[in-house]
Design a protein around this ligand. Structure first.
Ligand SMILES: CC(C)(COP(=O)(O)OP(=O)(O)OC[C@H]1O[C@@H](n2cnc3c(N)ncnc32)[C@H](O)[C@@H]1OP(=O)(O)O)[C@@H](O)C(=O)NCCC(=O)NCCS
Length: 141
């Protein structure tokens, strides 16, 4: 089940993030608490080990981070988190959902394409390892 995450969930969101990303990219509890306190920022979590943090600003919404622990992957959790984020954005007046993804992240790219995201831009050498980011957008109805 996916629920809205509050600052009280920050520790469990951080644990999911740490299990999903290399240490230098992991978001700690404090960072997540700070994010969730910002205007327009929301968190979603699936108790099986998934989390998404997003932001809604006027008509544009953005996925700031998305992670599913390795043991819970390929069960549709990330897809459902994205669908919830879209529904939440629509309910708050959003008309598009954006995100950035490393060109080397084949799993995430496959997921996002399947969920209706299309490439709308590229940020060169965006990540610390020098790889590019693709900017992707999904239209919300
Ligand atoms: C990317 C990530 C969030 C996907 O989570 P997930 O819960 O396993 O994704 P889902 O089960 O919802 O996958 C939905 C579809 O996406 C595609 N997909 C997901 N992982 C894939 C992989 N490793 N290889 C190829 N396609 C993949 C498939 O089309 C999949 O459908 P299928 O399982 O029926 O084939 C997860 O692998 C993860 O946390 N990775 C590390 C962190 C990360 O890269 N986050 C995104 C940063 S932009």
């Amino acid at each position: 089940m996916i629920i809205l995450a509050t600052r009280a969930h920050a520790t469990s969101l951080a644990a999911i993030h740490a299990a999903s990303f290399p240490p230098r990219d992991a978001w700690g509890t404090d960072a997540i608490q700070l994010q969730l306190a910002l205007p327009g920022v929301f968190g979603l979590t699936d108790e099986r080990g998934g989390m998404l943090i997003g932001r809604i600003a006027a008509e544009d919404a953005e996925v700031l981070t998305l992670a599913v622990v390795p043991a819970a992957r390929r069960q549709g959790i990330a897809g459902r988190l994205l669908q919830k984020a879209k529904a939440l954005a629509v309910s708050r007046g959003g008309s598009a959902l954006f995100l950035e993804v490393a060109t080397s992240n084949a799993a995430a790219l496959a997921l996002y394409r399947r969920e209706g995201f299309v490439e709308v831009g590229r940020r060169r050498r965006y990540y610390a390892d020098g790889s590019d980011a693709l900017v992707m957008r999904a239209t919300l109805l």
